[in-house]
Write a protein that binds this ligand. Structure first.
Ligand code: ZN
Length: 64
């Protein structure tokens, strides 16, 4: 079961969301204020994807 956690954005300090995508062992952290996005592996903590502003977050749904 996936779940969402409210966090502080590590980039700008605003409230953001951390999505735990347990189906594919990914953790996606995103911030609507600055468009921060980081996807890490839920097992190893390794960064899978990361970027700053401009692109759609919809691209980063679970792809497994
Ligand atoms: Zn932010």
């Amino acid at each position: 079961m996936n779940y969402v956690e409210n966090i502080r954005c590590p980039n700008c300090g605003s409230y953001g969301e951390r999505h735990h995508l347990l189906d594919c062992n990914l953790v996606r952290t995103q911030c609507p204020e600055c468009d921060y996005l980081m996807v890490t592996c839920g097992v190893t903590g390794k960064v899978v994807e990361a970027y700053a502003p401009g692109l759609s977050l919809e691209h980063f749904i679970c792809r497994v």
